[in-house]
Design a binder for this molecule. Structure first.
Ligand code: ZN
Length: 290
């Protein structure tokens, strides 16, 4: 059985076809332009495949409330032309299959829970530190939505004593995205993260911020596994620094051996490589069919 999965991002749309075992058969990528032309490409691609359902992990903010008139829409985005675009309706009408829909980060944690590093977990989170900071939350066996959907990237953080940077987020300044995202690193230090690999003070500050955010998610969601990824986490030494800082900040308060003794297997990169989002989108499609 073939299922489609779309990782809908602000710069590109990754479209894949896979099966119910999470094997990807084919994938393409289209640049994100205006919604009309972008979805013409996407729909044209899926017309060549006999898919039974489709799942979309989408950039946000989006409407996930099934009782809402704008369910399946992107909502109030600054991205020109995309405000109140009907993602689910457009795909359903053109392809006539069930369409699953959630945030990109919820898609990613679903992928990791189904086939990856969080397999078997009842509760787990996916944290991405890249162009933005996002958190996908899976609790008690389901994806967390709520009033809108969690926006864990915008929790406020305590500033590092040596940090004088104002913060990148136009809404909050010193939220996780404002202080720790890739663009924040670049603006604070005047160079891209990859060009700062040998500057210890850069990564020490970054670990301080990421660890604070993880500590807050541990306290709020009590995840059994934390999948940490995104462009910034490609600096591999950061994993060790973040784990150490999390232990230091928790200060023994969460007395579970998974944290106290096995933090190396508690805060981990995805097991699905660069594919948790696209595989999660396929699982969203499978769930829509079921
Ligand atoms: Zn913010």
């Amino acid at each position: 059985m073939l299922i489609g999965g779309i990782e809908a991002g602000g710069t590109k749309m990754v479209c894949a076809v896979g099966d119910e075992n999470g094997a990807i058969k084919d994938r393409v990528s289209f640049p994100t332009r205006q919604p009309g032309e972008t979805f013409e490409d996407i729909i044209g691609y899926y017309r060549n495949w006999d898919i039974k359902a489709l799942g979309v992990g989408c950039f946000g903010p989006i409407d996930l409330n099934k009782d809402s008139d704008t369910y399946g829409y992107i909502t109030k985005t600054p991205k020109a032309g995309w405000e109140y675009f009907d993602v689910v309706g457009t795909l359903k009408k053109a392809l006539n299959v069930p369409v699953g829909f959630d945030t990109d980060v919820n898609g990613a944690i679903l992928g990791e829970v189904t086939w990856g590093a969080a397999r078997g977990a009842e509760s787990a989170i996916y944290v991405t530190i890249g162009t933005g900071v996002g958190v996908g939350v899976y609790v008690n066996g389901g994806l967390l939505h709520g009033l809108v959907h969690p926006e864990g990237g915008h929790i406020l953080l305590e500033r590092h004593p040596k940090d004088t940077y104002k913060g990148r987020c136009p809404f909050h300044g010193n939220c996780a995205e404002g202080l720790a995202s890739g663009p924040a690193v670049e603006e604070r230090w005047g160079k891209k993260g990859v060009e700062l690999a040998d500057r210890d003070e850069v990564w020490e500050m970054e670990a301080y911020y990421i660890a604070q955010a993880l500590m807050d998610y541990i306290m709020a969601y009590s995840p059994q596994k934390i999948i940490l990824w995104g462009g910034i986490m490609h600096q591999e030494k950061l994993f060790g620094m973040v784990r150490k800082e999390v232990l230091h900040m928790l200060n023994g308060y969460v007395a579970h051996k998974q944290i106290l003794e096995n933090i190396d297997t508690y805060i981990v990169p995805p097991a699905l490589g660069e594919d948790p989002g696209i595989l999660g989108a396929i699982k969203l499609g499978m769930d829509a069919l079921a």
